[in-house]
Ligand binder design. Structure first.
Ligand code: ZN
Length: 309
């Protein structure tokens, strides 16, 4: 996977920093020579190439698995038979302006009272394997982050395996698409996939309409990927080791993308297929596609505290 061990990476980063410092010093000297009255800050704000360099920010990206689910294979790949056990992933990003979680896994109640949470019919098709210590709040301990320190929680969508842990991050602003919120809130209380106990928590909401750059520097960008649900979004993350696309449920498995194999359960097939094509284009440009529920793929993904990128 090309992961660089922390000491080597640190050395590289220090070397990069030293090079940038020298470049800035040279620019400063030559600039001061020509424009003695204007400070360097003005230069950074007014000169295009230098400005772009200064804005080339990255974040640290970590992956965690918050339990597993056993579901019918046809949920993930239409017209297939049998059952599949899949991971329930979440991600943590560390940025100078905040600590971000992408998707929060399942509700704590599914650890102790799955029948009460899902109901008999729901539990037939959604069997959680979710032990205490696997929830998002506990997973953050690997990074020495308290749940209260998470500033933003981006929900790909509001299904129970993506928004069930929202309340565990009490100070996070929830970032989601307006149309996902509207769709979820309009459903009856007994919906199998959407549980209001997960997301109608009173936490503050940032409701988006389309693409949104979370910190205004291109590091963490919500991209609408409607199709799986009416308001699904994915996350484009700029790391020091390249761009990652956190699919959420817009692309479950590697084979979904390789074969353009749609799931059996999808709100808008045409839109979902268009998203697959968009992911293929991003992949061709060098982005790493992080598949939403692929058990084979996730076995290869380092977990926090090991840095993914
Ligand atoms: Zn899911």
């Amino acid at each position: 996977m090309g992961f660089i061990s922390p000491p080597i990476r640190q050395t590289l980063e220090l070397a990069e920093l030293a090079v940038v410092t020298v470049i800035l010093r040279v620019i400063h000297l030559s600039y001061s020579h020509r424009h003695r009255s204007r400070p360097l800050g003005t230069l950074l704000l007014t000169r295009g190439p230098v400005l772009r360099h200064a804005r080339h920010m990255t974040v640290e990206l970590y992956a965690v698995t918050c339990g597993h689910l056993t579901i019918p294979s046809a949920f993930l790949l239409s017209k297939t038979k049998g059952w599949i056990t899949v991971p329930v992933p979440a991600y943590v990003m560390i940025h100078p302006k905040g600590r971000v979680v992408f998707d929060s896994g399942m509700h704590l109640r599914t650890q102790t009272d799955a029948l009460g949470y899902f109901g008999e019919e729901g539990l037939k098709y959604n069997q959680p394997i979710f032990e205490p210590g696997e929830e998002i709040a506990a997973r953050l301990k690997a990074l020495s982050i308290a749940p209260e320190q998470i500033t933003h929680l981006v929900n790909s969508h509001l299904h129970y395996d993506h928004a069930g842990g929202n309340a565990q991050l009490p100070n996070a602003e929830i970032v989601l698409q307006q149309r996902e919120w509207d769709h979820a809130m309009a459903l009856p209380d007994n919906d199998i996939a959407y549980h209001k106990a997960d997301f109608d928590t009173g936490q503050s909401l940032r409701k988006l309409s389309g693409e949104h750059d979370l910190f205004g520097d291109g590091t963490v960008v919500c991209i609408p990927t409607y199709g799986h649900t009416p308001g699904h979004q994915s996350l484009r993350v700029q790391t020091a080791h390249g761009e990652f696309v956190l699919c959420g449920d817009a692309c479950y498995l590697k084979q979904s993308l390789d074969n353009l194999h749609l799931p059996g359960v999808v709100a808008d097939k045409e839109a979902a297929l268009a998203v697959f094509h968009r992911f293929r284009e991003m992949q061709a440009r060098g982005s790493r596609i992080m598949f939403g529920h692929d058990p084979d793929f996730w076995r290869t993904i380092p977990q926090a505290p090991t840095r993914l990128a």
